[in-house]
Design a protein around this ligand. Structure first.
Ligand SMILES: Cc1ncc(COP(=O)(O)O)c(C=O)c1O
Length: 437
């Protein structure tokens, strides 16, 4: 019997952390009000609560216009359509992100161009963007990942010089700020997700924000079955779809937005304390803080684990940490082009063949070493809700991390179902997970 819970010792913690999502009477009363009104859907567009929420959400981030939509993946599709992406256009994306950042590019028969991430932030490496630009590049799509922002100064400089658009994927960044401007408001369009695990949620949902009226009008038409937008100054007409959100979701999101700033403060204080406690541990490293990110939004606390230093793979560290009572993840994202959730058959995506003798093979054309190391070896992801408790809860997280690091020799060569699960990709996990965010 060892010291670690996974080898038979006593776990640091048995008690669950703060439950997520959080709701109060605000959500309950709001839902009952909408129920009684019998006005549940998103039509006629924009419906009242969805519109009110979307405007507040946009203003909260410093943008003029906001639209509440069905989910975050669709928000990205709408944004691409709003900036006028055409079949065959190229869109630059970070390799290390959720597949939902990239799928919408494919769906519009445009071509994703993968660029590696910065080892200091795990966000799109702005230094590598210029090399990836071609005559077909129409947009850059940075993702503000986990708790950091992509370098928006550099991205905007490159984009403005070449007259290409910038869409910010802010699925992790609700309430975050770059140079005192809210997430999504520096680029041309910002996209958010309200899926269950996110910093604000209605189970599912998304938002698009912009300060460009023409973009906003195109987005409205596209998400509302092609109907004219409310202002219709630019008279765009297009085939559109029903990507509206329901009033039941919107009323939940109103309450969630009110609660966000207070939760962000608690989370940040606990994360700062946690970092202070584990900093200096040999074999652990940290993402850098950039003073231009003037407000941190932390969807997950992410740090770096060195398998070489510890002589045990990350899955073993994570399996042990989970067994100590701390929810954690490692293979949260993969370089998208390597993911089983990104199977690409050239015949389904005609733009991959245009102007080429053989179709562009997205699966084998890229090598992004920083993304690969983060994905398969190094990154440790801790979900935000475990940082919503008190000092004692945060001490438990730090104590568990330190305990596993100090007793790592117990894990060398070990086989265990918890370790096996931590080595699984997002495509494989639903087989074993009871609950997946
Ligand atoms: C970075 C990123 N982009 C896009 C999405 C897509 O959002 P949704 O799941 O709401 O479609 C997500 C969330 O799942 C995400 O984490």
């Amino acid at each position: 019997m060892g010291k670690l819970a996974i080898t038979g010792g006593k776990p640091v913690r048995k008690k669950p952390f703060s439950a997520w999502p959080i709701y109060t009477n605000k959500e309950k009363q709001g839902l009952l009000r909408v129920l009684a009104s019998r006005n549940w859907g998103g039509y006629p567009f924009p419906n009242k609560i969805a519109h009110n929420f979307a405007q507040k959400f946009a203003r909260f981030h410093g943008a003029k216009y906001g639209l509440a939509v069905a989910n975050g993946t669709i928000a990205i599709e709408i944004a691409l359509k709003a900036i006028g992406i055409q079949p065959g256009d190229e869109v630059i994306v970070p390799a290390y992100t959720w597949e939902g950042t990239v799928g919408p590019i494919m769906l519009l028969n445009a071509v994703p161009v993968f660029v590696d991430v910065d080892p200091d932030t795990y966000c799109l490496d702005a230094k590598l963007i210029e090399n990836a630009i071609t005559a077909k590049t129409r947009a850059i799509l940075p993702v503000h990942l986990a708790m950091r922002f992509a370098d928006m100064d550099e991205i905007m400089r490159i984009a403005r010089e070449r007259k290409i658009a910038v869409i910010e994927d802010c699925a992790h960044a609700h309430g975050g700020k770059w140079r005192n401007k809210g997430a999504g408001a520096t680029g041309d369009v910002g996209c958010f997700s309200f899926q269950s695990s996110k910093l604000m949620t209605a189970g599912e949902g998304g938002a698009v924000i912009t300060s460009n009226l023409e973009c906003c009008e195109r987005a409205q038409s596209f998400m509302n079955c092609g109907r004219a937008s409310i202002t219709d100054q630019f008279k765009h007409r297009m085939i559109g779809f029903n990507y509206r959100i329901s009033e039941l979701q919107a009323v939940i999101l109103q309450a969630q937005l009110e609660r966000l700033p207070q939760q962000a403060k608690v989370r940040q204080a606990n994360m700062d304390y946690f970092e202070k406690r584990i900093r200096g541990t040999p074999g652990l490293d940290f993402l850098k803080r950039d003073p231009r990110q003037t407000r941190v939004a932390a969807y997950q606390y992410v740090f770096k684990y060195s398998p070489e230093h510890f002589g045990a793979p990350r899955a073993a560290f994570l399996g042990a940490l989970q067994t100590e009572g701390v929810p954690c993840d490692g293979l949260f994202y993969e370089p998208v082009y390597k993911s089983a959730l990104f199977p690409v058959e050239a015949k389904e995506w005609p733009a991959l063949s245009w102007g080429r003798e053989t179709p562009l093979d997205l699966k084998s054309s890229y090598d992004c070493p920083v993304s690969a190391r983060a994905a398969y070896d190094e990154a440790v992801w801790l979900p935000h809700h475990i940082f919503l408790g008190g000092r004692k809860d945060t001490d438990d997280i730090a104590n568990a991390v330190l305990k596993v690091c100090e007793n790592i020799q117990e894990l060398r060569g070990m086989k265990h179902s918890a370790i096996e699960t931590k080595g699984m990709s997002r495509a494989e996990r639903p087989r074993v997970e009871k609950r997946q965010w």
